[in-house]
Design a protein around this ligand. Structure first.
Ligand code: ADP
Ligand code: ZN
Length: 617
């Protein structure tokens, strides 16, 4: 910091490159600090959520610094898109992996050895080869960027032994800064990554897990294909992912959507490689709108304009749910996350959990499933639950959209119902499971009840005004809200917690969430719901017909150049164009995401489309 003039120069470089190269008018949270750290040759460890803008953090220094930035990324399928995206911004970028044919490999190797590249993307296994390290040592290296850095930790959820060879980077290239990025890392995984990569007093960033542009909704599951079709009717032509648990369900739902005229395709590990790949590409390139998939889908997807993610079955845990919903709205535009929840999905997941042999792992998986059920049933803002799960509190801006906060669900007082089931539990000595308790409450005439003389209890039949499902739901709600616990073991029984006793003895109320019946009574409005509306309004203020035309231009350009459409411009950029309607290059250049190169290459086509749209009157 002694050399002030140089720092000032640096600042100018930052902002002008941000605008000229990337077409951005400001940094997103944390980006600037990270870029600064790297520019001062400091190591970086950054946890940033999907869509947070990690690539800019190393692409900007890669552009400004002398030498080549080596990016290590585990996903070969993503490298082409990442390299395309850098190239259209005018950076000299290439990737080196097993998918290249011999002539491309020679071309890239030559460019690399000549030190001509700003960015070189490689898979981690390359670091195990001494030949590769040898070449790197002969050229100036600006920095190393380790993407998906959690893959180096055995404590993470996606350990890859290939990553271990990255430990040598620091000793082999002592003067070069290393920046490690990941979207998920608990404190323990973070320490592990830093130790294994041997980062030297790294600049630490833990970005917020909040994704303000995503709205969350949980809806009771009925005929889920019908429900999805209804949702799609309101989201015509928007790109989205429908997650299902099994291959069979994926096939069935995809077929049903296609039968109803939706441009959808399936994706699961049982499909032939070629078909699976083609379906993913079709989705990536906007040739289809909906992909119905198992959780196998997503690792290789970087598409920024996914407008909704539907979970048609209950996810196994919150990590998975967060990661899968995180694929929506990477471009920062509003996107919806809908979970169709049925407690009928719980036993199916339990079945798989019960196959886990290791006791500790099985217990951990069970705990995670309970957290997931909790999320779906409990009477608390969905966003604050997600953030809470990752150890973060909702900041003062509050929730920007979830069904609980926007009043789409009603909170219903169910204290009396809770007291009925809990009293049945007490009177039977807390020795029974849910099935029997429900039988007692509805007054079922079973052999077991007669044998145990439970038909003589005061609560026998006290809940005969509702059916079994209703009471199972109440038991789930009570469990989710911590009033009951289920014992472990082969024959789990339900016990009351101190909190449950408070409710039973009338010292505390018990509320449940119930979605309003359509068409609902006037919705209760609260501050949060008004706020969510404001966010939407700001962005929906654009010419939709023009937006569709611009999308068509984007598709045509993408096809011509063998690029994914979002590489050319994001949905957000097109929406801004459809709002401001720029008709000169300098106006066009002011749109977010339009840098010098993109203006040069594509600006004319979009200006033409806007002009002819305006001329139609
Ligand atoms: P990540 O790798 O963290 O998931 P990306 O690097 O793909 O995220 O960025 C997500 C999206 O945000 C991309 O469409 C990118 O162009 C956009 N973006 C990144 N930084 C900025 C910024 N400073 N201003 C506007 N858009 C940005
Ligand atoms: Zn909320």
């Amino acid at each position: 910091m002694t050399d002030l003039p140089q720092t000032e120069n640096c600042e100018n470089d930052f902002t002008s490159a941000l605008s000229n190269v990337f077409g951005f008018h400001g940094f997103r949270d944390n980006q600037e600090d990270i870029v600064r750290a790297i520019m001062s040759r400091r190591d970086v460890f950054a946890v940033m959520p999907t869509g947070g803008g990690k690539s800019l953090c190393y692409q900007l220094p890669a552009h400004l610094l002398e030498g080549t930035c080596v990016v290590i990324s585990p996903l070969i399928s993503l490298m082409k898109d990442q390299v395309d995206a850098a190239q259209v911004n005018g950076l000299a970028a290439e990737f080196l992996n097993s998918s290249l044919d011999a002539s491309d490999r020679t071309r890239v190797s030559r460019a690399m050895s000549a030190g001509k590249l700003d960015l070189l993307y490689v898979a981690p296994e390359r670091f195990a080869s001494p030949g590769f390290l040898g070449v790197l040592k002969t050229i100036p290296i600006s920095m190393f960027a380790v993407d998906e850095a959690h893959c180096i930790s055995e404590w993470g959820h996606d350990f890859r032994p290939d990553y271990l060879s990255l430990s040598q980077i620091v000793s082999e290239f002592p003067g070069v800064p290393v920046a490690a990025f990941t979207a998920t890392a608990t404190a323990r995984v973070q320490d592990d990554i830093i130790a294994r990569l041997v980062l030297r007093d790294p600049h630490l960033t833990r970005a917020s897990f909040n994704r303000p542009n995503l709205s969350y909704q949980v809806t009771p599951k009925g005929d889920v294909d019908d429900q999805i079709l209804n949702f799609l009717a309101d989201h015509k032509d928007q790109a989205g992912i429908v997650y299902r648990t099994t291959r069979k369900a994926v096939e069935a739902t995809a077929a049903e959507l296609v039968r109803n005229g939706v441009n959808a395709r399936p994706y699961h590990a049982g499909l032939e490689d070629e078909i699976r790949h083609a379906n993913q590409e079709a989705f990536n390139r906007d040739d289809i709108t909906v992909i119905v998939a198992t959780v196998a889908f997503g690792m290789g997807i970087d598409k920024s304009n996914v407008r909704f993610v539907i979970h048609a079955d209950l996810p196994k845990n919150m990590e998975g749910y967060y990661q899968e919903t995180g694929r929506a709205g990477r471009d920062g535009e509003p996107a919806h996350c809908v979970l169709y929840y049925s407690r009928g999905d719980i036993p199916k997941i339990r079945f798989f959990i019960n196959q886990i042999e290791d006791d500790a792992q099985r217990a951990s998986a069970t705990g995670k499933l309970n957290d997931m059920v909790n999320f779906a049933t409990v009477n608390v803002c969905r966003r604050s639950q997600i953030l809470g799960y990752f150890g973060q509190a909702l900041d003062e801006d509050g929730c920007t959209g979830c069904d609980v906060c926007s009043g789409e669900v009603d909170k219903i007082d169910a204290t009396r119902e809770a007291q009925i089931v809990m009293s049945a539990m007490m009177r039977t000595g807390q020795r029974f499971g849910a099935v029997h308790i429900v039988d007692v409450v509805i007054g079922a005439n079973t052999q077991r009840i007669r044998d145990l003389k439970h038909d003589e209890l005061k609560t026998y039949g006290a809940g005969s005004d509702h059916d079994k499902n209703y009471w199972r739901g109440i038991l789930d709600d009570l469990t989710a809200q911590g009033c009951l616990v289920r014992t472990d073991g082969e024959y789990p029984v339900l016990n009351l917690t101190p909190l449950g006793r408070e409710v039973l003895f009338g010292r505390r109320e018990f509320q449940v969430l119930r979605r309003q019946e359509a068409p609902a009574a006037p919705k209760r409005k609260r501050a949060a719901s008004r706020k969510a509306k404001q966010v939407k309004q700001k962005i929906t203020d654009f010419d939709r017909a023009l937006f569709e035309k611009l999308r068509a231009v984007r598709r045509a350009l993408a096809q011509e150049r063998n690029l994914a459409p979002f590489i050319i411009f994001s949905d957000r950029t097109l929406r801004e164009m459809a709002h401001h309607m720029p008709t000169t290059p300098s106006e066009m250049r002011k749109i977010t995401g339009v840098g010098d190169q993109k203006l040069l290459q594509y600006g004319g086509d979009f200006i033409q489309a806007i002009e002819s749209h305006n001329d139609r009157f």
